[in-house]
Design a protein around this ligand. Structure first.
Ligand SMILES: C[S@@+](CC[C@H](N)C(=O)[O-])C[C@H]1O[C@@H](n2cnc3c(N)ncnc32)[C@H](O)[C@@H]1O
Length: 257
């Protein structure tokens, strides 16, 4: 099964839907809004003049938001449609950015730059079968002393939705509509792998990164799952038997000097 071809086709279709959505609010972005959330903004702080690699950047709004804050950005994504749109938005906003269409794993073979920061966020690792290979790409792309940061949806949500919490070799293959409000009924095939939080942490440790912190959040900054309630402006939560489900986790790690 060519999982990359299947997921690329789906993300190409989703990109065309997402750029028309309120969820992604392109007009707001073009008029100057930052699409990043407090979670990652407060963790990474001042990025002025830092080189930043954004893995699985989708069509680049977060990447370009880092560029607006002074970072020198490179975005990588599997979807050629997403990379075309990202390049278009970078030209439109005159924000300097380099967008590359590549699978995360293959990026290692074509990249010869090392970055101050490697960043990835919200809906990324589920598309990758092997976290060891993912962590190798991160370490190879980081300068010594550089920072890796991930903010990701918490696998507890997948568990209560009927999927495995723990890693599996065999992927889940589903037909799904996308998550933006304008999705309609059209579905596409997706190939996904569950990853436990311990697997993510251990993959990074095994490749030599030093973990600075791991955080869990009782809310998502996106209203992208069924049943969420807005508890504060831009914070969406879900109760399970009267208790908050963790909806996001984050990890900050450093490559030793
Ligand atoms: C949920 S989006 C990333 C979300 C991002 N935070 C956003 O909303 O803009 C997931 C992205 O991963 C990309 N992707 C999926 N599999 C990939 C792979 N193997 N290599 C690189 N990118 C991949 C998809 O094309 C998609 O753009």
């Amino acid at each position: 099964m060519d999982y990359l071809a299947i997921n690329r086709e789906t993300w190409n279709k989703r990109t065309e839907i997402h750029v028309e959505s309120d969820f992604y609010d392109i007009d707001g972005f073009l008029s100057g809004n930052c699409t990043l959330n407090d979670i990652e903004l407060s963790a990474l702080g001042d990025v002025t003049n830092k080189t930043l690699l954004h893995l699985q950047c989708h069509f680049g709004l977060d990447t370009l938001s880092w560029a607006r804050r002074g970072a020198k950005v490179t975005g990588v994504d599997l979807s050629n449609t997403a990379i075309d749109k990202a390049t278009k938005f970078s030209n439109q906003t005159q924000l300097d950015a380099n967008f590359i269409c590549s699978d995360v794993y293959s990026f290692d073979d074509i990249n010869n730059q090392q970055f101050d920061i490697v960043f990835t966020s919200y809906g990324t690792i589920c598309w990758l079968p092997c976290l060891k290979q993912w962590a190798k790409v991160i370490v190879n792309s980081l300068k010594k002393g550089g920072t890796f940061y991930i903010a990701e949806f918490h696998p507890c949500y997948d568990l209560i939705s009927g999927y495995s919490y723990f890693d599996k070799n065999q992927p889940d293959i589903e037909e799904e509509a996308t998550y933006s409000e304008n999705a309609g009924d059209e579905t596409s095939k997706v190939v996904l792998w569950p990853h436990a939080i311990s697997s993510v942490i251990n993959a990074l440790i095994d490749e030599g990164l030093v973990i600075e912190h791991v955080n869990e959040f009782p809310y998502s900054p996106y209203n992208c799952f069924e049943g969420l309630t807005e508890i504060e402006n831009g914070k969406f939560a879900l109760l399970h038997k009267e208790h908050n489900i963790p909806l996001v986790f984050s990890i900050k790690a450093t490559k030793p000097k």
